[in-house]
Design a protein around this ligand. Structure first.
Ligand code: 13P
Length: 343
């Protein structure tokens, strides 16, 4: 492993002003997104949609440091025969790959899951590296349901162990692992419960990374923010989310980690931007703090595109706008007026 090179890639992925486009929706998830805009989820439509994003030159060149791809996409070619990976590289962005194989029920822990995909991961990573991937992603999913004792220690620990084993395998293949322990915001819990569970999960995750001898200079952390569940009656202000998330990360994430790139997790586009911006305004942080958004970057362009080639330019404008807003937020320079001006 060349740790200096891994560190360089991790820093480039989280460089101020730029962030990651999570375009790695699994076949099931992209079908859900396409259903919402009445587009059939065929291989060609998925290709056309993602090609539209990767050909958004302004967004890609200025604001998107890297793109997380799904297995199908990393092998796909654009309509004119150019590999999609080459479009990303030509824009100066880094191709990455989702390598987990989704979740399955965790035995003895009703309602909880373990993320799968470690078997044969070493061989798959080699192929992905040859295809151009320089970073990877693995998502562990942790739910909160206090009445049912969820999350259990078993689920938290088992998922942390899998994340750490994945990270070690990635680094061995000269690929930067995005370590993503996602605490879902689907529940009715308040922000303090989210804080408590996220703290527990991050502490366990970094302990397991240590046990697997993963040098932290060569990873990127992808956490959720400290935020109330969607069904909670208690709404937090932008400042509260920012302050609590920064406090949480300072308590759990060693300064050796080069960068942290948040998931959006179901926040609205503007909320995800405002929260990231408020955190970067606090300043004085040991790591770069940026975005690795799926929905919060793609909801607007998906709607604008709606599967029609005549909408490509409008969809690219919508994508570029969100990428620019989040680029500013990664430097603490976003203003809500900029959203109104674009509308
Ligand atoms: P969202 O930003 O839509 O949560 O997706 C990010 C991601 O990669 C989840 O694994």
């Amino acid at each position: 492993m060349n740790l200096a090179d891994l560190n360089k890639v991790a820093l480039a992925m989280t460089a101020p002003g730029r962030g990651i486009l999570a375009a790695d929706e699994s076949s099931g998830t992209i079908k859900k997104r396409f259903d919402a805009i009445s587009v059939e989820s065929t291989e060609d439509n998925r290709r056309d949609y993602r090609e539209m994003l990767f050909r958004s030159n302004d967004a890609m060149k200025k604001y998107i440091s890297g793109v997380i791809l799904y297995d199908e996409t990393i092998w796909q070619k654009a309509k004119d025969g150019t590999p999609l990976v080459k479009l990303i590289e030509a824009a100066g962005s880094i191709p990455g790959i989702k390598v987990d194989e989704g979740t399955q029920a965790l035995p003895n822990c009703p309602g909880e899951t373990i993320t799968t995909g470690l078997d044969r991961l070493a061989e798959r990573l080699k192929k992905y590296y040859d295809q151009g991937a320089r970073f990877a992603k693995w998502r562990a999913v942790i739910d909160i349901d206090a009445a049912k004792g969820i999350p259990s220690y078993t689920a938290v620990r088992t998922n942390a162990h899998a994340l750490a084993r994945y990270a070690a395998l990635c680094q061995q293949a000269q690929i930067v692992p995005i370590v993503e322990p996602e605490i879902l915001m689907d529940g009715a819990h308040d922000i303090d419960k989210c804080f408590e569970v996220t703290e527990f999960v991050l502490k366990e995750t970094f302990q397991e990374l240590y046990y697997q001898r993963v040098p932290l200079e060569g990873i990127v952390l992808k956490p959720n923010m400290a935020i109330a569940g969607k069904k909670s009656a208690k709404k937090s202000s932008v400042e509260e989310v920012a302050e609590k998330t920064v406090k949480l990360l300072k308590n759990c994430v060693p300064g050796a980690v080069p960068g942290i790139a948040f998931l959006s997790g179901g926040q609205s586009d503007e909320e995800a931007t405002a929260h990231l911006d408020a955190m970067n305004r606090i300043g004085g942080l040991p790591w770069n703090l940026t975005f690795s958004y799926g929905r919060a970057l793609q909801a607007a362009p998906q709607k604008a595109w709606s599967g029609k080639s005549e909408n490509v330019a409008a969809a690219q404008r919508a994508f570029t706008h969100r990428a620019a807003m989040n680029g500013l937020a990664s430097k603490g320079e976003w203003k809500s007026d900029l959203e109104k001006k674009a509308a």
